[in-house]
Design a protein. Structure first.
Length: 237
């Protein structure tokens, strides 16, 4: 960080999330030596053009709403490129397969920022984190404000919801955020082929369960889903 500040990349007295990403990428490229090149680590040196491009691209990615959890910052001796999905990743590799390049998982690095530094990114805001009990089963609720007047609730349980459980989760979220539409995504911790299901209540009764793939949720909610990895599985009492 001291060296990055000396080069004018960041202000060490007022670091924000973007600056943390810039420093991390700078620390990486500062130690990177391309094949066929020689450089002493202790030698004082100015930034090379490709290093400046990498640092600037990292800051831009931290501000870009197109950045996703799976976004990659590709660095070559001639320049840089950011790709945001598997198809673009593959295209870059095929185009540069005879060249030197490195891949920085910029989306994951941004997602790893600690609390209070995630504001640089476009993840939804957490508005509820609690546990309720329905039919003798504990259900962990984590809710986010997504689009205006909509609340998305992740409900984690060891067993699949029935209609009564779904209604209790719906009612609890609605009571906490009256006037908002409630979207419920069930997270089953045991015995499910898919980890995530979006739930819909039918007008005449009954419940529809639509599988949701993990990549889509990661791209939409990013580091917020780490809350689920940190929680122990809820067991039926």
């Amino acid at each position: 960080m001291t060296k990055a500040a000396q080069l004018g990349l960041v202000n060490s007295s007022a670091l924000d999330g973007e600056d943390v990403i810039v420093v991390r990428v700078f620390a990486f490229v500062d130690q990177l030596v391309w094949p066929g090149k020689k450089r002493s680590r202790s030698e004082a040196r100015a930034m090379e053009p490709w290093q400046s491009l990498a640092v600037n691209a990292a800051r831009d990615a931290a501000r870009d709403t197109a950045t996703k959890m799976d976004s990659i910052l590709w660095i070559t001796p001639e320049g840089v490129e950011v790709t945001n999905d598997f198809g673009a990743h593959t295209a870059f590799v095929l185009t540069h397969q005879r060249s030197n390049f490195v891949a920085v998982p910029i989306g994951e690095w941004i997602a790893e920022l600690p609390p209070n530094l995630e504001t640089i990114f476009h993840w939804p805001r957490k508005i509820l984190d609690t546990t309720i009990t329905a039919q003798d089963t504990e259900i962990a609720l984590l809710a986010f404000s997504t689009i205006p007047q909509q609340v998305t609730v992740f409900a984690t349980s060891s067993t699949a919801f029935n209609e009564a459980t779904y209604q209790k989760v719906q009612q609890h979220a609605s009571s906490q955020h009256p006037g908002s539409a409630v979207r419920i995504i069930e997270h089953q911790t045991k015995g499910a082929q898919s980890r995530w299901f979006e739930l819909y209540g039918l007008p005449d009764g009954g419940l529809v369960r639509r599988p949701v793939d993990d990549i889509s949720l990661r791209n939409e909610y990013g580091p917020q889903l780490k809350h689920f990895g940190q929680r122990p599985d809820r067991e039926t009492k």
